[in-house]
Design a protein around this ligand. Sequence first.
Ligand SMILES: *Cc1c(COP(=O)(O)O)cnc(C)c1O
Length: 374
Amino acid sequence: MYRQRRVVESPMGREIVVDSRRLLNFCSNDYLCLASDPRVVSAFREAANKWGVGSGASHLICGHTAVHEELEEHLAEFVQRPRALVYASGYAANVGVINALLTEGDHVFEDRLNHASLLDGGWISRAQFHWYAHSDVDSLESQILGESSSGSRKLIVSDGTFSMDGDFCLLKDLIDLSSRHSTWLMIDDAHSMGVTGIDGVGTVDPTKHTTDDVHVLIGTFGKAFGTAGAFVAGSDDLIETMIQRSRNYIFTTAMPSAIAAATLCSLHIVQQEGWRRDRLRELVLRFRRGAEQLGLQLMPSTSPIQPLIVGLPEETLRISRSLEERGCLVTAIRPPTVPDGTSRLRITLTAGHRVDDIDRLLTALEQTARRRSS
Ligand SMILES: *Cc1c(COP(=O)(O)O)cnc(C)c1O
């Protein structure tokens, strides 16, 4: 399972140059194709001219600028929460938030397929850790019922869209359960914010679900927003608690203001350019239709994450290599990133792809699938 990094020699986009070869890119999380958008790049450049590069200190010392403040206000408005707080990365936000909310004697309940950062947050908090089977709300409920001691805090944590399978969490069921048992609910919407929902707001529709339903909402900027960083949104109390207690917020240098300014620009594009989501949906449909015609076993995903489970890691690597020979970059995903026996090609589509690109990928898959059966 030894990992090797590839050196990319071009900006992020529909095509990237890897080891001097130009390849169609089917494995980035730049779902809306904003990472190299000229407007986002300009916003970044202008802000760098105005604010410099480094923020110089943590938010609580003297690193918190007017741009951070503005971004937080816009984000809170976007997800219709009282407040939002920006972190330097999604990994930092998840660990920092869970660790600030829970301690010894508390309980955290996590989906088996949650992102590593959510698991790490649970472990580091020293709360009692409960793993429930993927999207198995009954199993989750029985685990909660088994821990009825009052006085301890209970937090349910789930990805909004699961990063390696592409399926959505059962949000309604999680909300019902959390309200019945008076637990808190935290949703990490890293892969859906910008990609689904009204104006790209993500899995949690704020017109239906307030902070009383989803107490802690996480969004990240490294995926659909095409920049870097993350935020947590929720009640005033939640955000104030994070400012006072979240170690990953307090003891780290603030995100550069230019990144915050670029993110403000992409937030605007995310809200305004619904065609990017429409385009993505059409491409996903086209890919799924084509793959089904080829007899490829797809996961039940309507998101831009379209994994093809292969099983064995060696076989997955082999197919990934032969796709690359045909000009398509699809990195093999192997354990421990995914469970044993489920090594896969994690195909991701973006609004920057063209219909022809999807067809080219399908042809490449057909050829590799043929080679497999011969
Ligand atoms: C990518 C990802 C993160 C981490 O976000 P970064 O900003 O890349 O650190 C957190 N949660 C999920 C579900 C992710 O997919």
